[in-house]
Ligand binder design. Structure first.
Ligand code: URA
Length: 241
């Protein structure tokens, strides 16, 4: 049995925010096991209780959501005749036929990748309109000057004329060299690498460290993965730190 707050379950299953879920409950539009429930804090077992929102009954979909520390050299795809894919790395106990990677990391990009069989959840993570920031650490060839930082923060224009949304930038130098923590909420093709190219720099190494408020579990070695908890799924839609 897995008890969770009613507003949390509704938000996760109905593609609405926690606030919208609370409003639905408050307005009497939610029934649990046939009875109207007006308290969002009510603890419900979504795998056993029937939940009806606005006349629509949803059963717990029993989807699986997996966190992977994607290694360098593996492609983000479900299937490939020649190259190893992230799905090839899933151990038997987590394997499902309909698993797919949520968003895309380049072959040489490492770090946090979500793999799931839940299409709705994936849409909420990748769609820019849902404002889920993805955090990357880019190791750069050259220092980043203030003009380049301002340009990235204001929304850089890529070489093909594509306008990017404003990024959040934290530039620093450490033992690894010139590093930049960059947060973006879009997922255009090679976006981070192209953003740095547009300001005259080059990404030598790229790692995704967080999605929303969910950080990569650094105890996962590259190539390892594990199922995520409900709380971790919720963090995907939390304010990034
Ligand atoms: N941006 C890139 O350039 N590559 C990635 O893998 C992810 C974001």
């Amino acid at each position: 049995m897995s008890l969770n707050r009613l507003d949390k379950i509704i938000a996760l299953n109905c593609n609405v925010s926690r606030k919208e879920a609370r409003e639905l409950v408050k307005s009497g539009k939610v029934k649990v096991n046939g009875n109207i429930v007006l308290r969002s804090e009510e603890l419900v077992d979504s795998s056993a209780d029937s939940i009806n929102v606005n006349g629509f009954e949803f059963a717990s979909k029993n989807h699986i959501v997996i966190m992977m520390n994607k290694p360098d050299g593996v492609i983000t795809a479900t299937k490939d005749d020649n190259k190893k894919t992230v799905i090839d790395l899933i151990p038997d106990n987590l394997m499902r036929r309909s698993l797919f990677p949520c968003g895309r990391l380049d072959k040489n990009t490492e770090g946090l990748l979500i793999i799931t069989d839940d299409g709705e959840l994936c849409h909420r993570i990748v769609s820019p309109s849902h404002h889920v920031y993805k955090t990357y650490i880019a190791t750069l060839t050259r220092p980043l000057d203030s003009k380049a930082i301002a340009s990235l923060e204001n929304g850089v224009v890529l070489s093909d004329g594509t306008q990017c949304l404003p990024a959040r930038i934290n530039y620093y130098k450490d033992d690894y060299g010139y590093c930049c923590k960059i947060k973006i909420r879009e997922g255009k093709y090679h976006q981070v690498k192209r953003m740095f190219l547009a300001v005259g720099n080059h990404v030598d190494k790229l790692k995704r460290t967080a999605i929303g408020a969910l950080k990569l579990d650094e105890s996962l070695k590259p190539g390892e993965c594990r199922e995520m908890t409900r709380d971790e799924i919720e963090l995907l839609f939390g304010e990034d730190g």
